[in-house]
Design a protein. Sequence first.
Length: 448
Amino acid sequence: MSRPVLLVVEDDAGLARQLRWAYEAYEVVTAADRAAALDALRLHEPAVVTLDLGLPPDPDGTTEGFATLHAILAMAPGTKVIVASGHGARESALRAIADGAWDFYAKPIDIDALGLIVARAFHVHALEAENRRLAGRLGAGGFGGLVYASPEMAQVARTLERVAPADVSVMLLGASGTGKELLARGLHDASPRAKGRFVAINCAAIPDTLLEAELFGYEKGAFTGAVKTTEGKIEQAAGGTLFLDEIGDVPLQLQVKLLRFLQERVIERIGGRRAISVDTRIVCATHQDVDAMIAEARFREDLYYRLAEIVVRIPALAARTGDAALLARHFVTRYAPALNPAVTGLAADARAAIDAWRWPGNVRELENRVKRAVIMAEGRLVTAADLELTEGGEGATLNLRAAREAADRREIGRALAQAEGNVSGAARLLGISRPTLYDLMKAYDLQP
């Protein structure tokens, strides 16, 4: 269909025909009940749906309408559903919006007013689709599978894309948790050595006495326990890329042997006398201040210049404009299907807290918090409380709306706990009516 598809779910045949005539700019598809609506949703994949909450077999109530709303959003979460009801309009509106409806209109229908709502819904749906497309192009489809949209990381990606084809050593400098190994893998995959092996070794995780054997290998009988000749990581990376993570932790005596390999591209295994030529590209990384280490004679300057033909500095997450929220949504999408399928996104207070937090642990901290929050979340949306980014931390500088929502959630939770889940008792403790508490619980997706 060349025109945008609008699905009208309405059991009043006359009103359905009227809506079809009124919206000539759209390809209007009608359905009179839940089953027909879901069939039309599968067949036509409409961007916008108008839904009468009073559907058979409950035309005088809203039970079937809400069941249809939930089914539509479960099948197509990005669909903009505009609900209508003449039955307790305010209460139905609050509940529908809390349950995921995009907008609400009351009967009797004003065709012109509804037309504006429908047009706006199509416009927003198109913008969201374009944003997802751009985010995919900038993010997961970018260098090394990175998820980013910030100009800071875009500059890093452009630099690495230019460096990748050149057979030069690269040093990645950045704090722990900024994704240095991911970038190193991206360099390998974008290089002419992509068909070779990518071999990584964390120099800080291996005792000094064992690191030489891990890097250079050893001959049988070279030391107690050397029961067979074993290749080191350098040999294993022949024809590919060797990633030396935390290069700043390599002891000085081993730095000399590493420098010789970089100069001559030959190694000798421990206990061996045969020179072995190895062609591999070196990418290294550290979170330490290498200049200070050189000044303190803890790192050889000549080794530094061999390793750092190209130096790329990776910004901390706090310095990446807007990337924290983008990454958080990415991690929710990655982990929710397996860990908690009911979770569909981030609440407003969670987004505000993520933007305000300093993220000392960088992307690794964000990923761990989101993963834990997805598991612990009790509603459809991950909250700041689920992320443990509420009061008492650096993320407490939320905006006023988010701070008010966080306070409401906290006090409602306390009241429900004290009332042992009894809503009437919790309402009395809070000094509000039971309907008001129900409205708040619906709006914040809270359960007794």
